[in-house]
Design a protein around this ligand. Structure first.
Ligand SMILES: Nc1ncnc2c1ncn2[C@@H]1O[C@H](COP(=O)(O)OP(=O)(O)OP(=O)(O)O)[C@@H](O)[C@H]1O
Length: 595
């Protein structure tokens, strides 16, 4: 049953995954509501009869009257104008009550769906493998998480409304059929035929909707790039070129949106004449062919009016829903994309501390490109090691691998002598500090940036002061009017590159990590500040394991072990002096740097 539903009603199943039984509750209350409405409407003819003829209803060919008099008999009630009126009031009150529950579940469904959808996407993004993240379409990622989630929720409401309206039509038709089956068949036929006419509008809307989704992704992608590279674009005047790309995409997006709007307007314009046409034809056929008097179908005309309203609603809902089809498809694809690229760590063993890290014959590939080749090394607790080598030799790839940011393809990665895959990755990462080439600054104040939004208790403030001192930021902080409450702006736009790096270092020191990984962490510092930071980092020597990459050899002069890398492999190793003896390349480097 579930498999059938999943296969044939993919969209409905998608909504069901988030809404569960609530989806059916909404439809159930809507059904009860329309049932009350239909029965209430059907009461009006007997009411008029009772008013005119006393209780003399239910004669031959008066099916409604017959059932009503049966009902009143069963309830031991008199059938008169007053009891009929009370019944009508009860029926319409019940309709209002069910309408309330239907609306209530509609609102609850919308909100829960929006929440569930966003949480699932956020989870997917949180758990995505970094290796896949770097190649992901950033415009699509951003758009799916922010704007599109609401569009999908809206499309879901429209889809359910279309089902609801379809259900209304069936119930009204059922009642109309009960009154006059010939007339009802004509109405159903007319409604069905008019839908054929709308079909080509639907196909066009669907196609445009897919284009709009693509436009939106491209547009968001360009916006992200403008924000990321704003400084460069502004400095070189290329912001105009880039903004032209943005404008072109916007033009295409607007054109497609206008086309969808025009289609919708055409649909609205033909809807009323089409309805009148169907009504007229049906009445004509009814009177001319079946030769029934119009008075006999008055009550059905009332139902018919309701039906045509719902037919119009269903068409509007369906067309609007179709304009969101591209977004729904994208959302489904994007979710499976995130599921497929989820990072999987099965290890559960707790990791008390990291005593050693060992790599044995490690190989790493980016598609077919071998970025790391046969890497073997052993790092003891509290050792300080460094990687040097020319650009592209694989240094960043290696530290990314050690931090488990990217997985290795072949070889063995041991922690405390056991395969890393046995340990909980969350625990391993909680012991690793990472300072990237590009310092990471959040749009928050200095305290939150360093402590990662820790509570401002005396204890935390004291620890904050300590790491500020260790990362040579004390003077800088004291020069600021707002001190640690100074806001750093988007991506640290308000501070210098060196200050950003020191904040990144302070953040890792605050975490009390066991292994500190630094990818050219001091490259943006002036020589005097670099010296101070270097002293702070050296003061950590013997207290934490330090793994660093540095082009400026002075920062790694005192490292316990230095590995020289070339084309993804380690070609020499030793302490600073040993390496100078072993490698001409390294010796030349020291000469070039005046060491
Ligand atoms: N995500 C990736 N996809 C494909 N190739 C990559 C990827 N990341 C890095 N590479 C390639 O792998 C090689 C090693 O890159 P890596 O960044 O590790 O070098 P590096 O020694 O740190 O360089 P640099 O000193 O310039 O930062 C380079 O040839 C690079 O082009």
């Amino acid at each position: 049953m579930k498999a059938f539903f999943k296969e044939n009603f993919k969209t409905l199943y998608f909504f069901y995954q988030y809404l569960g039984y609530r989806m059916f509750l909404l439809l159930f209350f809507s059904f009860l509501m329309v049932l009350m409405d239909s029965v209430g409407l059907a009461m009006f003819l007997p009411l008029l009869q009772v008013a005119d003829e006393g209780a003399a209803i239910g004669k031959e060919n008066d099916k409604v009257g017959y059932y009503i008099s049966q009902l009143f008999d069963m309830l031991h009630l008199d059938l008169n104008v007053y009891t009929m009126l009370v019944l009508i009031v009860i029926l319409f009150s019940a309709k209002a009550l069910f309408a309330y529950y239907a609306s209530k579940y509609s609102v609850i469904n919308q909100q829960l769906f929006a929440k569930g959808l966003r949480l699932r996407l956020a989870d997917g993004l949180r758990d995505m493998a970094y290796k896949d993240f770097v190649t992901a379409d950033i415009g699509r990622t951003q758009n799916s998480l922010i704007g599109e989630a609401w569009q999908v929720v809206n499309a879901c409401s429209l889809y359910l409304s279309a089902i609801k309206n379809g259900m209304f039509i069936l119930v009204y038709l059922g009642f109309a059929f009960f009154f006059d089956w010939k007339f009802s068949i004509l109405v159903a036929l007319g409604g069905g035929l008019s839908n054929l006419f709308y079909k080509r509008y639907y196909t066009k809307t669907e196609k445009l909707s897919r284009n709009i989704t693509q436009n939106n992704h491209r547009y968001s992608g360009i916006v992200v790039e403008v924000v990321n590279h704003y400084k460069y674009l502004k400095a070189t005047g290329r912001n105009y070129l880039f903004f032209n790309r943005l404008k072109d995409e916007l033009d295409r997006l607007i054109k497609n949106n206008i086309d969808v709007g025009i289609l919708g307007a055409r649909l609205s314009a033909v809807r009323e004449p089409m309805t009148i046409l169907v009504i007229c034809v049906v009445i004509m056929v009814h009177t001319a062919i079946f030769q029934s008097p119009l008075s006999a179908i008055m009550i059905i005309l009332l139902l018919f009016y309701r039906i045509m309203q719902k037919v119009m609603d269903i068409q509007t809902c369906w067309n609007s829903y179709l304009s969101g089809v591209g977004t729904i498809e994208n959302m489904q694809d994007f979710q499976s994309y995130l599921d497929q690229h989820r990072e999987v760590y099965s290890g559960i063993q707790p990791l008390q501390r990291i005593d050693s890290i060992e790599l044995k014959n490690i190989q790493l590939f980016y598609q077919n490109y071998k970025a790391l080749n046969n890497i073997s090394l052993h790092i003891e607790k509290n050792q300080s090691i460094a990687f040097v080598g020319e650009s592209g030799s694989g240094k960043t790839s290696l530290i990314n691998l050690i931090s488990t940011l990217i997985p290795f393809d072949e070889g063995a990665f041991l922690v405390n002598g056991k395969g890393i895959e046995l340990f909980s990755n969350v625990e391993y990462k909680s012991k690793i500090g990472y300072i990237a080439q590009e310092p990471t600054i959040f749009n928050a104040d200095i305290f939150d940036n360093v402590t990662f939004w820790a509570e401002r208790t005396d204890e935390n403030l004291q620890k904050f002061e300590e790491v500020i001192e260790m990362s040579s930021m004390k003077n800088f902080l004291e020069s600021l009017a707002e001190k640690e409450k100074t806001l750093l702006g988007n991506n640290g736009i308000n501070i210098s590159g060196g200050q950003k790096q020191r904040i990144s270092i302070a953040r890792e020191l605050y975490r009390d990590v066991e292994v500190l990984i630094m990818d050219e962490a001091t490259s943006a510092l002036d020589s005097a500040t670099e010296h101070l930071v270097k002293e702070s980092i050296e003061s950590l020597k013997g207290k934490v394991t330090i793994i660093s990459i540095a082009h400026r050899l002075s920062t790694i002069q005192h490292a316990d072990r230095i590995y020289l890398m070339e084309q993804g492999g380690i070609v020499a190793e030793g302490d600073f002096e040993e390496l100078k003896q072993k490698s001409t390349y390294f010796r030349n480097l020291t000469v070039l740097q005046g060491m």
